[in-house]
Design a protein around this ligand. Structure first.
Ligand code: MIG
Length: 701
């Protein structure tokens, strides 16, 4: 059952698209208490809405998508306030996304007895104090402006997630090639450099499907341009790469360069499609292109206009994009930059005391991403002038939506790859996300893992982290271990920052290990694609915490470093430097495949309970649940080369196992499960039966 509570007069985020299951609806006027199950209501002095509920000692909080810390979010305060912050350290409250859905689960010994989901549908800042201020209290605070609360009761954790997902609509579907390995780096400059990257992968037998173009492909960082000196005859180059089965994926930034003669700028200006200031003039910020205006993607007409610009690259053969800087990031706002300059140049450093010095320093360091500057920006929403502060978390969502709606018009029959840095619930219908600027730190492998189930709960199924780490210098062992997790994430992309150590897989000595790990990904592709599509089409999750699958297990909720991947597998990656294995918890008996490569592995059956499991640097642990199967291909140099008519089956048969394999052409947009399913069964004697859409030749591994 879903109940809806409307506080004040919220902006319609269009996150919710299906109210079929909404049973009751109540309006709560500013200052009024209203009657809410579980929560008490208070209104703050500035019009904030403050909802609090008591938690039992053993209650767990799942969800909140892209955030730091554990799978269980309890004990920390999170803030949905999309931020361009490249330091994902533990004390951070907000990253690039606003993923306002969580489940409070208290149905276990020592718990409150309650279990319910909460979706705080808001365009502005919301905080989630999950037992940080008071360890037994959970408080959701929405900044002034009203918001809608959806309360989802009844059912298991998975059922609550499903109810939420039905409310907010189906997840975005990428093309199948986007499940291949991608190589990216900020700093790739020319077509020849890209050719070299592809050549090194192909020569080394390192499978590859895509190379990403970061900001340097553009002409002076202008969206929808290609620098002709670096990429002469770009359409021809795109074709040449496609002949090598490589997709080029260019970046698009939110800010549009102010430059006379640049048509995106001139059209936007002429038609009034940019965000404005209070006085009606265009809002001017500074980002990579220098001075920019921001397209007002919250305005329907402007959104359509900006989306149509993607055509310029689509028409040159491009089939995928990543949207960046769309919090939107502000290196500076022009007015404030001048204020800061006046203040700094007026400072008298000779007579300055130490507090004066800190003020001086703070003025310089505080220029980027200032809340006061966001408050100076305005949108035109259906003729209404809306301050950006009220709708800040929608910007990335609507930029991605601009592109996706354009793809629907321009390429109605094909899936186009699209993922974004900033996002909000609702954006999951239009694209995937990557988790932004992590670091080449061991702790960020674990962070990558811990974010995945929360992201999936919020509808973001196509997602992944910068493998190997974006900032800081990576190391060979770190990259190997990270890839050993990355081979399971739908977006599998190695990306790093300008001026860090190059981290393409061919840069390191243990070439055979890199090759084997990447090949294993292509082996897993039929399973991952099948599980992804089933999750997307059934409003389910690809990555689940153990407790979602084993709700009766007392220890499962404590497991913060293992995940269920699809219906058959569990993973337990090694994420500690120098570790040659790790502790693994098995909620039930499972079969372990310890892969060194697609053709070399040990297999053993482990009883339920705690184990120390060895895993050398080149070994990947894959656990199969009893009476489950997972198909494995024989690999391929790129996704289209993976032959799904010949499969090996990972299996753990106690009585009988059935696997429903989904497959399709990999690009058709409007797909259904029905007609694309193949049922593979294995009985106790090892006999295999195949029925349905396709007839792959299967053998037991
Ligand atoms: O201010 O385009 O998160 O992936 O390489 C940095 C350069 C801008 C941030 C993105 C990162 C990308 C980088 N961008």
């Amino acid at each position: 059952m879903v109940q809806k509570f409307v506080f004040g007069q919220p902006v319609d985020t269009e996150a919710v698209v299906n109210t079929r299951n909404v049973k009751t609806q109540e309006y709560i006027k500013p200052g009024k208490e209203g009657k809410l199950p579980h929560f008490s209501v208070k209104w703050g002095e500035k019009g904030e809405i403050i909802l609090s509920c008591r938690m039992g000692g053993a209650d767990i909080v799942y969800g909140l998508g892209e955030n730091v810390r554990g799978i269980n979010k309890r004990g920390w305060l999170y803030e949905s306030n999309c931020s361009d912050d490249p330091n994902h350290s533990e004390e951070k409250r907000s990253l690039y996304g606003a993923h306002n859905f969580f489940i409070l689960d208290g149905q276990r010994a020592g718990g409150s007895g309650h279990r319910f989901g909460v979706f705080a549908d808001a365009a502005q800042k919301v905080t989630f104090d999950c037992g940080y201020t008071d360890s037994e209290e959970l408080t959701v605070t929405a900044a002034e402006g009203g918001f809608v609360l959806y309360l989802l009761e009844d059912g298991s954790l998975r059922e609550i997630v499903k109810d939420f997902r039905q409310l907010t609509g189906p997840s975005y579907l990428p093309p199948r090639w986007a499940f291949g390995y991608g190589q990216s780096r900020w700093g790739y400059q020319t077509a020849d450099e890209v050719r070299e990257i592809v050549r090194r992968h192909r020569e080394g037998g390192l499978p590859l499907d895509s190379v990403y173009l970061d900001i340097d492909y553009m002409e002076r960082y202008k969206d929808f341009t290609v620098d002709e000196e670096k990429f002469p005859d770009f359409p021809e180059f795109v074709k040449e790469m496609k002949a090598e089965h490589i997709h080029l994926v260019p970046i698009i930034d939110a800010g549009v360069k102010i430059e006379e003669g640049y048509p995106v700028y001139e059209e936007g200006l002429k038609n009034g499609y940019f965000c404005r200031r209070e006085d009606g003039r265009e809002f001017t910020g500074g980002v990579w292109p220098g001075r920019v205006h921001f397209p007002d993607v919250l305005n329907e007409e402007a959104r359509k206009w900006f989306g149509d610009w993607y055509r310029v690259l689509l028409d040159q053969g491009i089939e995928g994009f990543w949207n960046d800087m769309n919090e939107p990031a502000l290196f500076y706002e022009e007015e404030h930059l001048k204020e800061a300059q006046r203040k700094l140049s007026g400072a008298d450093v000779d007579s300055m005391d130490i507090w004066g010095f800190f003020d001086f320093k703070g003025t310089a360091l505080g220029i980027a991403n200032r809340p006061e500057d966001y408050a100076r920006m305005y949108h035109d929403m259906d003729g209404r002038k809306v301050c950006h502060e009220r709708v800040h978390n929608l910007y990335g969502y609507y930029m991605t939506r601009a592109a996706a709606e354009a793809f629907e018009r321009l390429r109605p029959d094909r899936r186009i790859l699209m993922f974004s840095r900033s996002s909000c619930v609702g954006a999951h219908r239009y694209g995937g996300i990557w988790t932004g600027d992590n670091q080449s730190w061991w702790s960020h492998i674990l962070l990558n893992l811990q974010m995945l189930p929360g992201l999936n709960m919020c509808g973001f199924l196509y997602c992944g982290a910068d493998l190997g780490g974006f900032g800081s210098n990576t190391s060979e062992d770190l990259l190997l271990r990270w890839l050993e997790l990355g081979i399971f994430t739908p977006l599998m992309r190695n990306h790093s920052a300008l001026d860090t150590r190059p981290q393409e897989a061919y840069r390191f000595g243990r070439q055979e290990d890199f090759r084997n790990i990447l090949r294993l990904r292509y082996g897993l592709l039929p399973y991952l694609y099948s599980e992804f599509m089933k999750a997307a089409l059934n409003d389910g999750m690809l990555f689940q915490p153990l407790s979602f699958v084993y709700p009766e297990d007392g220890f499962a909720p404590r497991v913060e470093d293992q995940l269920m991947v699809g219906e058959s597998l569990m993973i337990a990656p090694v994420y500690r430097q120098n570790a040659e294995g790790r502790y693994v918890y098995l909620p039930e008996e499972m079969k372990l495949y310890r892969f060194r490569s697609l053709d070399s592995m040990d297999v053993e059956i482990l009883p339920a309970g705690h184990h120390y499991v060895n895993a050398a640097l080149n070994e990947v642990l894959v656990f199969v649940r009893p009476d489950h199967l997972a198909p494995l291909s024989y690999g391929g140099e790129y996704a289209a080369a993976v032959d799904s008519s010949r499969l090996q089956l990972l299996h753990f048969i106690k009585t009988e196992a059935v696997y429903e394999l989904y497959d399709d052409d990999g690009y058709t947009k409007h797909v259904e499960l029905e007609g694309n399913m193949t049922k593979i069964s294995v009985d106790q004697t090892g006999d295999i039966t195949v029925k349905g859409a396709r007839q792959p030749d299967c053998r037991l591994l």
